[in-house]
Design a protein around this ligand. Sequence first.
Ligand SMILES: C[S@@+](CC[C@H](N)C(=O)[O-])C[C@H]1O[C@@H](n2cnc3c(N)ncnc32)[C@H](O)[C@@H]1O
Length: 551
Amino acid sequence: MSSDKVPDTPVEIIVDLLSKAKNVAAARGDVPKELTSYLQKALDIASGLDDYLEKMTTQESEPLAELYKKTVTHDWDQVHKEGKTMFRLPKECITGHVEGQTLKMLIHMSQAKRVLEIGMFTGYGALSMAEGLPEDGCLVACELEPYLREFAQPIFDKSPHGKKITVKTGSAMDTLKELAAAGEQFDMVFIDADKDNYINYYNFILDNNLLRIQGVICVDNSLFKAKVYLEDTTDRNGLALREFNHFVSNDPRVEQVIVPLRDGISIIRRVPAATESSRTQCEITDDEVFHGVKGRSILDRMRLDGKVAYVTGAGQGIGRAFAHALGEAGAKVAVVDMEQNKAEAVAKELFLKGINTISIKADISKSEDVQRMIDTIVSKWGALHIACNNAGINMNSASEDTSLEEWDQTFNVNLRGTFMCCQAAGRVMLKQGYGKIINTASMASLIVPHPQKQLSYNTSKAGVVKLTQTLGTEWIDRGVRVNCISPGIVDTPLIHSESLRPLVQRWLSDIPAGRLAQVTDLQAAVVYLASDASDYMTGHNLVIEGGQSLW
Ligand SMILES: C[S@@+](CC[C@H](N)C(=O)[O-])C[C@H]1O[C@@H](n2cnc3c(N)ncnc32)[C@H](O)[C@@H]1O
């Protein structure tokens, strides 16, 4: 701490007091050595803490460093004297490096997408939080002083994250009212403005649903230089924070913890409305719709954490997208393809995203490969919950010319192969009493796509639907659900082949959605069918074709 700096946090105050005590001790000749040495040790511990935290915390970005420098070197007294700000703003207002990174970390951990800041100052906290937001995230910063928006904006503009920030100038309470009237809701709120209004901001936010359930409110200065717990406190802000902490700690709508970082940060989580205390406050229907099935919200019910999955034909296209989707939702994924290098490449992608994965080379038209695939997965991970039978081939010929070879080859992979996978996976799943099988069929099971000629493909995919319906009804009473997904025409490398490329325009005129399907259009469906949320669904053909089969 530099000598001209006023101690501002409990630790800084302790350092100041210990330094004074040390000086008093040094001025007297009769202080025992032991006491001087204890004082020195306490001083070393306290004075080293903030520096150490600074050093061990991830460095700030260049725009943040620039914003910090610009803020602490600015002549705020002069600005105020010139009437550019209503209040004299001390540069110590700034959140700074360690707190900024803490806020950014909280944004990541809570996966917040929409953030509200009350009290922006020069935008250090706002930009730190914006850096933690996803690309489509947004942060609304409330600030009383218009001067500060002008001050911060040029640096926001230099950062790739600055565009996520919208500054609303004026009284924060007016802005909160405006946001509530517009039905806005946030995942995280950072309160860091006028201390005696904290309680009003907090209550307004909760009373008006500005914070979503499970959302987080962070509050700065909640230790307020230790004045919140020192008995002789008369300071207005210290008393306001004391009352605020007391109120929050008794509020059944939330859980809170005060982290003794700098001047204290409270982290307050809005708990689900279904807690005992709030239940007694109003009439609710006390059921799974209200609480969620096994207490899990609908999005949680689509998580696949701890589940073991495989996807065949996962080396590219739809299968690759399915493998990523299942992994992102929490499953361990075996990436299966007849081309080993492709399976390995996709498994590497999943690994980079932190997904547990293995690659397996298997030709699903060979029964020994199918059994080896299942055995490998079960011996590696001890179970099999999700079987995604996606591998398939498509060949084109006029029906009068279709060779038996083409027919057999198509059926060997698309129908016989899918059956073998279903059977081998099903045997494991029936023993477990639980399983989800998702076959890739095709819109061609419903309509006859044209003008291309693909008799064997269409017929084999119609077979996949009937296979799915039969297994789906035969096995559901033993916990195994079997469904299929029928994509329309998907924009994969396959359709950019010489023979198919000219047909794209023709197809587009048959698709109400006006575009081909992207593989990403199919990802949510596979996660849904793989999750407990679809447990009542079996033998279903989920058609995703931009409306093409309806025209
Ligand atoms: C402690 S500073 C905020 C620091 C900031 N969060 C950061 O990351 O550096 C408090 C800010 O709140 C603003 N403020 C105070 N009262 C306000 C009010 N009623 N409405 C909006 N902003 C207010 C002040 O102008 C000041 O810029």
